[in-house]
Design a protein around this ligand. Structure first.
Ligand code: DP6
Length: 343
C-alpha cells in the first residue's frame, strides 16, 4: 500500500507589527512584521495511506484533541486546490516544545509545521519539484489559510506578510522573508514571555479580527500601521535606532489593545499585572538607558524584548521585579530563531 510521510519542526513567531483585521479568504487588512522564535516550536508528522476518501486521525502530544475539527475543515478546504488530499487517510501527530497557554501563539507554529508537511507531501505525490524559495512561498500560503500569523512562521529571522508599496514583492497571499534587509544586530533580539494569566483567551483570534470590519478607527489604524511598518523597517536597516525601535513597537502593541477596547463589543484584555509590568519596564528603561521594551498579542501576557548583550541585567530585573506580577512566577526566555527544520 502506498504510504508517504513527512516531519517538520516549525517555530512560533512574535509580531512587532500586528496583523489585525482580515478581508475574505483569510487575507490581511494590513501588512505585519514578525520574527520567528528559536525554542518555541511545533513538531508535526503527517503519514498518508491510500484510502477511498479523506480521513483524519489527529493526536496532539499523544492524545486526541479538539484541534482535530479545525484541521479537518482546513484539509477539506485545501482539497479543492489539492485534490490528492481526498485520496488519503491522514495520521497527524503533533507536539509543542513549549507548554500550553504560555502566551506563545501555538496556532502559528502548528499550522506552519502542518503546511510544510503538506507542501512536502504534495511534492512527493505529484512529483512536481520546485526550488526552495517557491517551496517556502507555497508553504507560507498554505499556512496562511490555516492561521494568518502562521504564514510568517515558515521563515527564520524576520518575515513580512501583506501587500504594501513599501516592500516590493510583498503580497497578501503569503509572507516573504526580509532578514536580508535587516541589520545583524537585530538577530540578537530576545523575547522573554511573562505569563500574567494562562486562562483561555476572552476573544478568539477570528472573533477579534472581525471587530475591525466596522471599527470606527479602521481608516486611522490602516494609515498608522502602514507608516509604522515602514518606519520600523527603516530603523532596522541599521543599528543605532534601538530606542526609537522600542518606542514604536510598544506603541503598535498598545494600538492593538486600544482598538480592542474601542471595538463593539469592547474587550479589555490587559490585567493589572500586565499594566504593572509595562510600567516597570518603562521605568527600568529610563533608569538604565537600556533598550528594553515590550510587545503584547491579543491577551494579557507581556513579551519583554531585549538585546542578548543586556541579558544579565534584564534577567536580574525580571527575577527581582517582574515575576511577582506573573502567574506563579512563570516565564519563558526565547530569541530570534533560524526557522523551520525538516526532520
Ligand atoms: C494579535 O493568526 O491567530 O497575534 O488568522 O484567525 O488564525 P487567524 O488569526 P491569528 O491572529 C494573530 C493576531 C495577533 C497578531 C499577529 O500575530 O500578527
Amino acid at each position: 500500500m502506498t504510504t508517504y510521510t513527512s516531519t517538520w519542526l516549525c517555530p512560533s513567531n512574535i509580531a512587532l507589527v500586528k496583523y489585525w483585521g482580515k478581508k475574505p479568504e483569510q487575507l490581511p487588512m494590513n501588512p505585519s512584521l514578525s520574527f520567528s522564535l528559536k525554542l518555541a516550536r511545533t513538531r508535526t508528522t503527517v503519514s498518508l495511506q491510500a484510502a477511498k476518501s479523506m480521513k483524519l486521525e489527529f493526536l496532539f502530544e499523544g492524545k486526541e484533541s479538539p484541534f482535530a475539527t479545525r484541521i479537518e475543515k482546513y484539509l477539506d478546504k485545501l482539497s479543492i486546490e489539492r485534490p490528492w488530499i481526498n485520496d488519503y487517510a491522514f495520521q497527524i501527530a503533533s507536539e509543542n516544545t513549549f507548554p500550553h497557554s504560555t502566551g506563545i501563539a501555538s496556532s502559528a507554529s502548528a499550522f506552519g509545521a502542518l503546511a510544510l508537511c503538506l507542501e512536502d507531501l504534495s511534492r512527493q505525490i505529484t512529483g512536481v519539484e520546485n526550488d526552495d524559495d517557491k517551496f517556502f512561498q507555497a508553504a507560507s500560503r498554505l499556512a496562511r489559510m490555516g492561521s494568518g500569523s502562521a504564514s510568517r512562521s515558515v521563515y527564520g529571522g524576520f518575515a513580512w506578510w501583506g501587500k504594501s508599496n513599501a516592500l516590493p514583492g510583498s503580497t497578501d497571499c503569503y509572507a516573504v522573508p526580509v532578514s536580508k534587509q535587516i541589520h545583524k544586530s537585530y538577530f540578537s533580539l530576545c523575547d522573554a514571555v511573562l505569563l500574567v494569566d494562562s486562562k483561555k483567551k476572552k476573544v478568539s483570534s477570528s472573533a477579534g479580527h472581525e471587530l475591525m470590519n466596522n471599527h470606527p478607527y479602521q481608516a486611522a489604524r490602516l494609515k498608522q500601521v502602514n507608516s509604522t511598518i515602514e518606519q520600523l523597517m527603516r530603523f532596522m536597516k541599521e543599528d543605532g535606532n534601538r530606542m526609537a525601535f522600542i518606542d514604536l513597537v510598544e506603541q503598535e502593541a498598545l494600538s492593538l489593545h486600544a482598538l480592542m477596547m474601542s471595538s463593539t463589543p469592547s474587550f479589555l484584555l490587559l490585567k493589572p499585572g500586565s499594566v504593572a509590568i509595562i510600567e516597570l519596564i518603562r521605568e527600568f528603561r529610563q533608569q538604565t538607558g537600556l533598550p528594553v521594551g515590550f510587545t503584547i498579542d491579543a491577551g494579557p501576557n507581556i513579551h519583554l524584548l531585549y538585546w542578548r548583550e543586556d541579558q544579565e541585567a534584564v534577567h536580574a530585573f525580571i527575577k527581582g521585579e517582574l515575576l511577582y506580577h506573573t502567574e506563579n512566577g512563570e516565564w519563558l526566555d526565547d530569541q530570534v530563531g533560524d526557522g523551520p527544520l525538516k526532520a
